[in-house]
Ligand binder design. Structure first.
Ligand code: FE2
Ligand code: FE2
Length: 221
């Protein structure tokens, strides 16, 4: 596929994804998709020769395409598994050949990686890392507070309150999300470049939560 055909295909899918995600909540809206796309391009560039940039770009663009189906089913439908078929259909309708459609839709299927469906190809690993990267650092802090605000959680709580609480409770604070999940993200990255970026973002998050602890506990003086 020449660069003009690639651009036409990308632009057409960009409009489709934007329309599909217009109702998605703040943490997983089209802005999230665009950040993941930027992260994916950055990781691809850092990784050097090897990964197919176009597969990575389309995989990042389409990775959360089935969020609306997951929301409509109250979480019963997994957006990654559902997204696999949905992405393949959209790609073929847009004129992709079978090999490209398969490579991209596998990035969608494996971007979540909960137990099974581990990312295999370099492109799948890059899309996975790009998505994880958006959950940490300054953006990750913003998203964690955004989510906690929507579920009615407290601004901050102690480590004990956070760790002994349930998800979606008043104690399901941004700090709980950090302690339970986000601080472990760097060890779960699958590419060298993704890990490098994650370590930097994780350090910022660690400093942020140390500061909020100090301010709230009076330890800043
Ligand atoms: Fe996702
Ligand atoms: Fe995502």
């Amino acid at each position: 596929m020449d660069s003009e055909a690639k651009k036409l295909l990308f632009d057409s899918l960009y409009s489709t994804v934007k329309a599909e995600l217009c109702e998605a909540p703040g943490c997983h809206d089209f802005d999230h998709t665009l950040r993941v796309l930027r992260n994916a391009r950055a990781i691809c560039e850092m990784e050097g020769e090897g990964p197919d940039l176009f597969v990575v770009e389309l995989g990042a663009l389409l990775h959360d395409i089935a969020r609306p189906e997951e929301m409509a089913s109250n979480g019963k439908t997994c957006h990654a598994s559902e997204g696999f078929g949905k992405a393949a259909k959209l790609l073929k309708e847009a004129g992709c050949d079978d090999a490209l459609a398969e490579a991209v839709s596998l990035c969608v299927k494996r971007h979540r990686y909960r137990g099974s469906d581990a990312p295999v190809s370099r492109e799948e690993r890059i899309v996975y890392d790009a998505d994880k990267l958006d959950s940490i650092g300054a953006v990750g802090i913003g998203r964690a507070f955004h989510f906690a605000g929507r579920t009615g959680a407290r601004l901050h709580n102690t480590e004990e309150e956070a760790l002994s609480s349930e998800a979606y409770s008043r104690e399901d604070s941004a700090y709980r999300e950090y302690l339970v999940k986000l601080r472990h993200v760097p060890e779960r990255m699958l590419t060298k470049s993704g890990r490098e970026l994650a370590v930097r973002r994780a350090a910022f998050m660690k400093a942020f939560f140390a500061e909020i602890e100090a301010e709230i506990g009076g330890g800043e003086r």
